[in-house]
Design a protein around this ligand. Structure first.
Ligand SMILES: O=C(O)c1ccccc1NCC(=O)[C@H](O)[C@H](O)COP(=O)(O)O
Length: 212
């Protein structure tokens, strides 16, 4: 089974072009992020990239108005939300979009055993390191042995600290069937490197060959 890939934090045409081989592309609608984009920017980028992979919009503790404002400007295929599961489900229902709930894990007990109602997919990444300003995009990995044998209640993506050089091993160790990356395919914070994006996708796909 091929490993699915999301490239997150895209903000320019070259990055989107390089990510055409991914299953999803992600855009960060969070002003404090070095990858922050506006809905109008994403609208222009996607209009200029017909046939792009499904676009996932990322929001941190959003309210309905914040998501509505984005969706008034740009069509998204899903919402990746950093908030409580109940709020996330309500927003997904309100806008009729699949919801990806971001989880910070540091111990086996942090992994859910039951599917939160109204959530379509889980993004499983490390808890933010001490002093981190952002809940994600921190280039921080958790111990991938934590997810070994986990009976995930929903489809999930492994995220946090992944790079072209470590993604195959992370897939093998964690049992993930989907991965997500932001920092690990950048040459500087917020600046995607098309060559690293291509290398990451190739490395993730080759890991699926090793797994089959
Ligand atoms: O990427 C960001 O700047 C960001 C900011 C605030 C919340 C979430 C953010 N990213 C979410 C993602 O889906 C990242 O791809 C994920 O956290 C992994 O990031 P990285 O460790 O940099 O690959």
């Amino acid at each position: 089974m091929a490993v699915a890939v999301k490239i997150c934090g895209l903000s320019d045409a070259a990055g989107i072009e390089a990510a055409r081989g991914a299953d999803w592309i992600g855009f960060v609608f969070h002003p404090a992020s070095p990858r922050a984009v506006s809905p109008a920017q994403v609208r222009r980028l996607l209009d200029d990239a017909p046939g792009h992979p499904p676009a996932i919009g990322l929001f941190v503790r959003p309210d309905e108005a914040m998501v509505a404002e984005a969706l008034d400007t740009v069509r998204l295929d899903g919402l990746q939300l950093y908030t409580d599961a109940g709020t996330a489900a309500r927003l997904g229902h309100r806008f009729g979009l699949p919801v990806w709930l971001a989880l910070g894990v540091g111990a086996r007990a942090d992994l859910p055993q039951h599917a939160p109602p109204g959530i379509g997919r889980l993004l499983v990444e490390a808890k933010p390191p001490p002093g981190a300003r952002l809940p994600g995009g921190n280039a921080t990995a958790f111990d991938h042995r934590l997810t070994q044998g986990w009976a995930a209640p929903l489809p999930w993506l492994l995220a946090g600290g992944l790079t072209p050089g470590n993604v195959a091993g992370a897939i093998g160790e964690s049992g993930a069937e989907a991965v997500d990356v932001s920092s690990g395919v950048e040459h500087s914070p917020g600046r995607k490197d098309p060559g690293l994006i291509d290398a990451f996708i190739r490395a993730a796909r080759s890991a699926s060959v090793m797994r089959s």
